[in-house]
Design a protein around this ligand. Structure first.
Ligand SMILES: [Zn+2]
Length: 407
């Protein structure tokens, strides 16, 4: 084993893909960075149009004596206009482009139905929340951002607890791994790592996306690991399944969902504080003379514009935080499951939607996972440092293809 060269092994895994496939992955990934910028520009342009149309001010004046109804009507109308105007962009970025790159097989009708449903659910959830924020701004004009930030964080944490129970089953079917080698391996790993073994599911992710992926969602008693059926359509062998589930168990054991919720809660608080400070200046800059301060819901497009810019600026922060958590989940998988080659094979299959060897700057700014080239190298370095089978692995399982056992 002394002849094992991690750099060469990494290069070998990367060369599983043809140079053309790597070039396509790079085009897709770098195009995605530009989508972030264009998406922000379009969101700002739409909010600006809604603001300049004066329609929200007319609704406010029309419902002057009815503050609650006035705020809700303004928010509903602006959500409707923004939703309709943003639809062509969403069709392009979420469906057309994904289809063009072969990353989804979903029909337009299927995509559109889900988009309409998500938009409807979002409206039902977010409109009352925004209405509550305007109530807070009027009741506590100096400290609303603090109470508002805390309320929104608590709300999103509740949403994360409920998502696996109420939201995710609307869009996909989650089934426990069927009996067979996959289930046996996963249950053994769960037992060895103190994860309830009834919390590992396979879902029909291929309905929306051809991405080879797995995830952890939920909090506390609703937390669970889910593997997309794409993994099995792309012939995941048992070593891959073990490595990937090991990675997801790392997220579970590290309470990453809770950690992300806390980080996003803090960022939300900072955003609200900045909105409070920036609103008068941005409103003046946009020439929004009819807006009567931040508590006036007709000024909601001004808040949208500030939020869009802040979200773009926060991208390097949020990606860097998740990137650290992803590195730790890879380490957990290597330490507890010890399948460096399984992990490398699985990672090579994600290159098509996450280019493998970006520049360091690109990785820091945009990558919410470390680049696959670096992740495979970490796995190969681990392999070089641990040449003998490590007894910590819960069961020795042969790496035979198991695709046929999974629907
Ligand atoms: Zn992960």
């Amino acid at each position: 084993m002394s002849s094992f060269d991690p750099a060469k092994a990494t290069a070998d895994y990367l060369s599983i893909l043809t140079p053309e496939a790597h070039a396509k992955a790079t085009a897709y990934t770098q195009g995605g960075h530009w989508l972030l910028l264009w998406g922000t520009v379009i969101a700002i342009a739409i909010s600006w149009m809604v603001l300049k149309s004066g329609i929200l001010v007319r609704i406010r004046n029309g419902l002057a004596g009815k503050p609650v109804r006035g705020v809700l009507a303004i928010l509903a109308v602006s959500a409707l206009i923004e939703g309709v105007l943003a639809l062509p962009w969403n069709v392009y970025s979420d469906w057309w482009r994904e289809s063009a790159y072969g990353l989804t097989s979903q029909s337009f009708a299927g995509w559109f139905g889900e988009w309409a449903l998500i938009t409807a659910i979002n409206s039902v959830i977010i409109l009352p929340l925004l209405g509550g924020l305007y109530f807070l701004i009027r009741k506590a004009p100096k400290t609303w951002w603090l109470w508002g930030g805390l309320t929104v964080s608590a709300f999103f944490m509740a949403l994360m607890v409920l998502a696996p129970v109420f939201l995710e089953p609307i869009f996909n079917e989650y089934t426990p791994a069927p009996p067979g080698p996959v289930r046996e391996a996963v249950v053994a790993m769960a037992k060895a790592n103190g994860v309830p073994s009834d919390k590992i599911f396979i879902y029909d992710g291929s309905k929306q996306s051809n991405r080879y992926t797995a995830n952890v969602s939920g909090l506390g008693s609703t937390a669970r690991v889910a593997m997309s059926d794409v993994m099995f359509k792309k012939d995941a062998d048992l070593a891959e399944v073990r490595a990937v589930v090991g990675h997801e168990m790392g997220h579970y054991k590290h309470n990453d969902v809770m950690g992300f919720a806390a980080v996003f809660g803090i960022l939300g608080l900072v955003a609200f504080f900045l909105i409070d400070k920036l609103f008068p200046k941005v409103a003046a800059l946009l020439g929004a003379r009819d807006i009567q301060g931040i508590g006036d819901a007709a000024g909601y497009p001004v808040i949208s514009i500030i939020l869009a810019v802040l979200a773009l600026l926060a991208t390097p922060i949020t990606s860097s935080i998740t990137r650290v958590a992803e590195t730790n989940a890879d380490k957990f998988s290597l330490e507890r499951v010890n399948e460096p080659d399984g992990l490398a094979r699985a990672l090579a299959k994600t290159i098509e939607y996450r280019a493998a060897t970006p520049s360091k700057l690109e990785e820091v700014l945009f990558y919410d996972h470390p680049a696959v080239g670096n992740r495979i190298r970490m796995a190969m370095d681990w392999k070089a440092a641990h040449p003998a089978p490590v007894p910590a692995a819960p069961v020795a399982v042969p790496t035979a293809p198991v695709a046929a056992t999974v629907p």
